[in-house]
Design a protein around this ligand. Structure first.
Ligand code: MRU
Length: 348
């Protein structure tokens, strides 16, 4: 996607270095960072310098390839330890495990093969998310008002995104549309990242507080909800950013279509249902404090909660399949049923 007239991907590899957009500094500063070792790439995943299902997957694949290039004596132990370390960074994101497994086996043939495989995963992510844009575009009528949660735009993937890819396609085709962007507490991926992306692309939007959705829906201001996914179980239950379940329940109540957009690499065909999905719990500081820049470009972390109180911070929730109208994949829009997911699996 274009940033100040230059085309960027969220993450890419040059030689054995991984380059990525530093997402913790957005929307205030646009910075590219370089990770020269698998340990540095792991740190970037863990501290959310790179975040979002597909981008995490690409980073994890690259990290596994970096580990192969660093392994010397006792290679098997080194690689097993590296794999464990990469997988421990973000437990909910399915794409991470998908990528690590593929590169792990590719690297058994040669280091070059590991790098090749990691590159293929990133390439596939771009192709899949572009296709999701074309299929999802069919759901967007002219003058549609769309609600999205968190950031499932190009920053969450290698490019294009999932929930926002149909928005980009529709907008580029000249459709008039408007996006309501959930702030997405506690980390504010909506207010910071989705809003930055939409600003960048000139797409009309407004940020809303997380608890504003019902009020907008009851007034008929939302035609369609599209969100991303971090892991989709074999029965269609879907883990996504905390707060997604609330939107799904609301959309269901108000009879508004609620779509998940995700590539097949986000499906966990071995996970029978949503209750088996491990939900990442993150630092309570994300709830208790907020970070940002003042008008003099000074970075601040301030407490926005009662001193002495503690917080509980699950990063994701699981939306039951029956609340999902459909899933926009790179193969088309499918129902959130076991049968539809099985036939997606068989078509891969
Ligand atoms: O914790 P994050 O920012 O890595 O969360 C993942 C997400 O970006 C969202 O849950 C998103 O909706 C699905 S991934 C594109």
């Amino acid at each position: 996607m274009l940033v100040q007239g230059k085309n960027y991907k969220t993450i890419w590899m040059e030689g054995s270095s991984v380059f990525m957009i530093e997402q913790n500094k957005l929307p205030f500063e646009f910075e590219i960072i370089e990770c020269t070792t698998y340990q540095e790439t792991c740190r970037a995943i863990k501290d959310m310098t790179v975040r979002g299902a597909g981008a995490i997957g690409a980073a994890a694949g690259y990290a596994m390839a970096q580990a192969y290039s660093a392994a010397c004596s006792d290679k098997d132990t080194f690689i097993a330890k590296a794999r464990f370390g990469i997988e421990a960074t973000r437990p909910t994101a399915r794409n991470l495990f998908y990528a690590v497994e593929r590169v792990f086996y590719a690297g058994k043939i040669s280091v070059e093969n590991a790098f090749l495989e990691a590159g293929k995963i990133a390439e596939k992510d771009m192709n899949d998310t572009r296709a999701i844009g074309s299929f999802g575009n069919e759901l967007i009528g002219n003058k549609a008002n769309i609600l999205t949660h968190c950031n499932a735009g190009w920053l969450a993937f290698v490019d294009f995104g999932t929930a926002l890819s149909p928005v980009y396609t529709a907008f580029n085709q000249g459709k008039e549309l408007f996006v309501y962007v959930d702030e997405t507490r506690p980390r504010g991926q909506g207010a910071r990242l989705t809003a930055w992306e939409l600003n960048n692309a000139g797409i009309p939007h407004r940020i809303i507080a997380d608890n504003a959705a019902a009020g907008l829906m009851v007034q008929g201001k939302i035609d369609l909800v599209i969100v991303g996914a971090d892991r989709i179980a074999a029965n269609g239950d879907t883990a996504n950013k905390i707060g997604t379940l609330d939107r799904a329940i609301l959309a269901n109540y108000f009879n508004i279509p609620f779509y998940i957009a995700a590539p097949s690499s986000t499906f966990d065909f071995g996970c029978a249902s949503g209750d088996k999905i491990i939900i990442e719990e993150r630092s309570q500081d994300e709830v208790l404090f907020q970070e940002g820049m003042d008008e003099n470009n000074q970075w601040h972390k301030i407490r926005v909660s009662s001193p002495g109180s503690t917080a509980y911070n699950p990063a994701f929730d699981v939306t039951p399949a029956q609340l999902i109208t459909g899933i926009i994949t790179e193969k088309g829009i499918i129902k959130s049923t076991k049968e539809a997911i099985e036939s997606l699996f068989n078509s891969l």
